[in-house]
Design a protein around this ligand. Structure first.
Ligand SMILES: Cc1cc2nc3c(=O)[nH]c(=O)nc-3n(C[C@H](O)[C@H](O)[C@H](O)COP(=O)(O)OP(=O)(O)OC[C@H]3O[C@@H](n4cnc5c(N)ncnc54)[C@H](O)[C@@H]3O)c2cc1C
Ligand code: SF4
Length: 332
């Protein structure tokens, strides 16, 4: 690991300026992703700016919703009674991630910005367009089990690993950012990018942009919501496929629905096509299956030496159907 300077700024503005003014500076929050990357030699900053004390570590009521300071720890957020009651999918998503110790360190601002767990990205000796633009993509034809099926490109087929981010996508959360040009907001569904021909960029953030808070709008439908994560082990494993969903059914008809998918794309995947297909339809299994099929119409599997990831396509359908069936049975 290369030596670097370490700074503890007085406030958010000083933190933002310290990073924005130095191309080789990075923010350090809980450090559960960044410190691994320093050790693996994936990033080589000259300056590490500790932001754990410069943004709020509280969850407060605002406009009927909740405003989550970027420094709120994942374990505190998952246990907040208002989150459990009004946004259970978010609490469930957080609790399905990592381990108790990691959740005690990980922050609301850092979690959505964690980088892909693609094994080749984390291995400095292999070609990877995300780590070294133009070097190629070792995942295609390699270990493809965890790679994406939606929105991939010939340059990168990686998935975004955050569970929390899938729930935030379904909840239409809003990200508050402080950058060199002042404060701005970004709809959560627009924070992450698809890889296209520039997979090295995970998000639309610019260097120096500091996430200060994440806002959850008042979302009554989310009171009855679920997060289901399908993985190789019961704990301490990233999602093969995950589904965050909420549904409002009246007289057997879907009045409104929210669905987001994890483990399938370079970003948390909001399933707008499935939602559209379901609104106004009978809340029955055949329609849930058709809605999933509508979302997966452009899904493409990646071939790999491990058998590839074609299994994810039917797995998404089965998981969507199962989560919606559970929610609608509770609804009746
Ligand atoms: C063994 C292991 C298993 C895991 N399993 C899971 C899992 O199953 N599901 C899951 O979702 N996650 C999992 N994780 C990932 C973990 O949740 C993330 O590492 C964590 O949430 C990152 O948050 P952090 O505060 O530690 O971020 P850091 O590591 O401090 O930062 C991550 C990145 O975000 C940037 N950053 C942080 N905060 C801000 C901010 N406020 N504004 C702008 N930039 C910022 C940093 O510069 C860095 O680039 C696992 C991690 C490990 C090590
Ligand atoms: S899938 Fe993306 S992250 Fe993984 S090796 Fe290919 S370019 Fe790198």
């Amino acid at each position: 690991m290369r030596a670097f300077d370490y700074q503890v700024p007085a406030d958010a503005l000083a933190a933002m300026r310290a990073v924005a003014g130095n191309d080789s500076a990075v923010f350090l929050a809980g450090g559960t992703n960044l410190v691994d990357h320093l050790k693996l030699g994936l990033t080589h900053p000259d300056l590490v700016v500790d932001i754990t004390g410069v943004t709020s570590d509280e969850v407060v009521e605002r406009d009927g919703g909740l405003w989550i300071g970027a420094a709120v720890r994942n374990s505190d957020l998952a246990a907040d009674p208002r989150v459990c009651e009004r946004y259970p999918m978010l609490s469930e998503a957080l609790l399905s991630g990592a381990s108790g110790q990691l959740r005690n360190m990980a922050t609301a601002g850092g979690n959505p910005l964690q980088r892909t767990r693609c094994g080749y990205f984390q291995d400095n000796t292999t070609p990877c367009n995300k780590r070294r633009p133009g070097s190629g993509c070792a995942a295609v034809g390699g270990h493809a089990r965890y790679q994406g099926i939606l929105g991939t490109s010939e340059h990168c087929v990686a998935t975004h690993p955050s569970d929390m981010a899938v729930a935030l996508s379904a909840l239409d959360a809003v990200v508050h950012v402080l950058g060199p040009d002042g404060e701005r907001t970004i709809p959560f569904t627009e924070l992450h990018r698809l890889p296209g021909d520039e997979p090295s960029r995970d998000t639309v953030l610019h260097h120096g942009d500091l996430i200060t808070a994440i806002e959850l709008p008042d979302t009554p439908i989310a009171r009855r919501s679920r997060y289901r994560k399908v993985r190789d082990r019961a704990s301490y494993a990233f999602a093969l496929v995950s589904v965050a969903a909420a549904v409002d059914v009246t007289d057997g008809v879907v009045r409104d629905v929210r669905i987001a998918l994890g483990g399938v794309a370079h970003k948390p995947w909001r399933a707008y096509l499935a939602e559209e297909a379901l609104r106004g339809q009978a809340a029955i299994e055949d329609n849930f299956r058709e809605a999933a099929a509508a979302e997966l119409v452009d899904a493409r599997a990646v071939d790999g030496m491990d058998g590839g990831n074609a299994f994810k396509i039917p797995l998404v359908t089965r998981t969507v159907v199962s989560v919606l069936r559970g929610l609608t049975q509770e609804n009746q």
